[in-house]
Ligand binder design. Structure first.
Ligand code: NAD
Length: 362
């Protein structure tokens, strides 16, 4: 029998397809707004200016200062620029860094935002904001953070370098994988999670071999959207906490950190969650999903050890303490020693241990 559950659909409007960025003007108008402040990273200033050109007189300014982990100092600087430019709408174009800055501005001003994601990080589908101050990353959730509109344009993802595309895709898979054992999970999110993971597992190797192929870029963006819905709809667990600590407090690249830790976090959690294991076996087409994801990372030429990102064993104690600082739900209980063990395995990059719940087979 199906378990009792509740489900709330995200209210965000989604425009998906190829060359959908052309609708940016009408989407701003749809929100009854006149002057959009465009935010992006320095590396994507050209994309920010392209959006501004499309908006014409409805663009107030472009701020090309978004950086990883949304430092509050950058948000203050952008706020100053946005207020000076007189704006009533925010358009963020780029990866999670640009979208994070847009969210930080929306939260502080109550101004609606439109996101144009160009990676697979999924932030555009969540009411969550992670911010960094004094080398510590904290997150908060507020309905005011959730974007009003998201424009997914497959063309804008074709410039995403293949290593970033691969790592970002693994980041998306992590959202859906943890949604499968979320405390407040439900069958609808389970379907989206399986579909999102399957789309990414299928498309990422194709993107790496042919980075501008339409079908694989489209499949990956579709998968990333679904995985983002999972992240925005149900609670995450140990894997996301570990990534938040390791990437946020040790200044490591967000997507690669997810890609490296996911097989180890899954190998730990899936033993305690046979239903999620079964769903992941179906989505990945493998009896050992943790190993499948590890092998996929290797095949995509991604780093498989934290050591490769410069995170040494001497950081494990501090990372363990930070991970244990606040309590949160996880399908399998953990303590200092289990966290240390996961981090030690991830530091070395050896294949994850095989999950032993042998009665579940695809
Ligand atoms: P990112 O936004 O930092 O992008 C990495 C680099 O790639 C940047 O220089 C960016 O300009 C560039 N780039 C992005 N798209 C490109 C494209 N199509 N072509 C060429 N270059 C491109 O990386 P990310 O992994 O997307 O985002 C990471 C950030 O997002 C972190 O701060 C993380 O905490 C946050 N995040 C937040 C949530 C949430 O729900 N709050 C979810 C996921 C990620």
């Amino acid at each position: 029998m199906m378990p009792r559950f509740t489900f709330s659909g995200l209210p965000t409007r989604v425009v998906f397809g190829s060359r959908t960025i052309g609708s940016i003007g009408s989407e701003v108008e749809r929100l009854d707004r006149r002057r959009a402040f465009v935010v992006c990273s320095a590396a994507q200033q050209r994309e920010g200016e392209m959006v501004c050109d499309l908006l014409g007189r409805s663009c107030s300014d472009v701020y090309a200062g978004a950086v990883l982990h949304t430092p509050t100092s950058v948000t203050k600087d952008a706020m100053h620029a946005m207020v000076g430019a007189v704006s009533d709408c925010i358009v963020s174009i780029g990866g999670g860094s640009a979208i994070g800055l847009g969210k930080a501005l929306a939260l502080r001003t109550g101004i609606p935002q439109i996101c144009v994601p160009t990676t697979y990080a999924g932030s555009e589908m969540t009411p969550i904001l992670g911010q960094t101050e004094d080398a510590e990353k904290t997150t908060l959730a507020d309905p005011a953070i959730l974007p009003k509109t998201v424009i997914y344009d497959v063309e804008l993802t074709k410039s995403l370098p293949k290593r970033l595309a691969a790592a970002s895709g693994l980041n998306a898979i992590a959202h859906a994988a943890e949604a499968l054992y979320a405390q407040n999970g439900n069958p609808i999110i389970g379907l989206l999670a399986q579909e999102g993971i399957a789309a990414l597992i299928r498309s990422l190797p194709q993107i790496v071999s042919d980075p501008i192929a339409d079908q694989s870029r489209s499949d990956a963006l579709y998968g990333a959207w679904l995985c983002g819905v999972c992240l925005g709809s149900v609670g995450m667990a140990l894997h996301h906490k570990l990534c938040h600590v390791v990437a946020g407090s040790f200044d490591l690249p967000h997507a690669e950190t997810h890609a490296i830790l996911l097989p180890y976090a899954l190998a730990y959690n899936l033993e305690a969650t046979p239903t999620a294991l079964e769903a992941l076996r179906t989505a990945t087409g493998s009896n050992d999903p943790a190993r499948k994801i590890y092998d996929l990372s290797r095949a995509l030429d991604l780093p498989v050890s934290l050591g490769e990102l410069g995170f040494g064993e001497d950081n494990i104690d501090r990372a363990t303490t930070l991970t244990m600082k606040n309590s949160y739900w996880n399908p399998r209980p953990f303590d200092h020693s289990s966290i240390r063990e996961i981090l030690r395995a991830a530091c070395g990059g050896r294949p994850p241990k095989t999950v032993r719940v042998d009665d579940y087979r695809i």
